[in-house]
Design a binder for this molecule. Structure first.
Ligand code: SAM
Length: 200
């Protein structure tokens, strides 16, 4: 299986503090926009839920499974005061979700597909566990177009060995190849961040 948990186990104590700057600079608004795409009722799955940074933006009364492979990240998600009462935390990799086909009405991942070891497999898993026609929303940093893309290729040479963080993933294309229907892609920060709205 993938090797990520040790990295995020180490990062977990600092993660929310490090992210605070990005949250204030616009990430919090993007999280709210991603969660606004989720249906109000039904059962959701979030993969790579981390410390539960999306919990404040979950629809009221949400019922969800929040999958995350890092024990330390999960512990912080469990302790987060905004955790919806209907959100169950599950220790699992996105590449191998312990759920039957079509269990969920919608799926979510934010800042996850830069980290997963096997994005194609993880996207196929999301498609499998979300019912046909259900919404899958991804908020991801990706390889931007043009010359900047080459800079991100170079950056990845550092960030992959240090943090297992790929700055040059083409997540919308991967989602299409996994059989998801990509309905809309909204690009921010010169195309380095994308809100990708799909149907399973
Ligand atoms: C940058 S953090 C994002 C956390 C959270 N989604 C957020 O928006 O703050 C990346 C997360 O992906 C998780 N992750 C890494 N590899 C994964 C995998 N194969 N399956 C699911 N989650 C994974 C990490 O443990 C970590 O919690």
């Amino acid at each position: 299986m993938p090797q990520q948990p040790p990295t995020y186990d180490r990062v977990a104590p600092y993660y929310d503090r490090w992210m605070r700057l990005f949250e204030r600079a616009g990430l919090a608004r993007l999280r709210a926009a991603a969660l606004a795409e989720m249906p109000g009722g039904g059962l959701l799955i979030e993969v790579g839920a981390g410390t539960g940074a999306n919990f404040p933006y979950y629809p009221t009364g949400a019922r969800a499974a929040c999958a995350e492979p890092s024990r330390e990240m999960l512990l912080r998600a469990r302790a987060r005061p905004e955790r919806p009462p209907g959100a169950a935390l599950v220790r699992a990799y996105a590449e191998r979700l312990p759920f039957a086909d079509a269990t969920f009405d919608a799926g979510l991942a934010t800042l996850v597909f830069c980290s997963v070891a096997e994005p194609a497999r993880a996207l196929a898993e999301l498609r499998r566990v979300v019912r046909a026609g259900g919404r899958v929303v991804l908020l991801e940093h990706v390889r931007p177009p043009g010359a900047l893309g080459y800079a991100f290729d170079a950056l990845s040479l550092l960030t992959v060995p240090l943090l297992e963080d790929h700055f040059n993933r083409r997540t919308a294309g991967e989602a299409r190849r996994a059989g998801l229907t990509v309905e809309r892609v909204e690009s921010r920060l010169l195309g380095a961040v994308q809100l990708i709205v799909c149907r399973a």
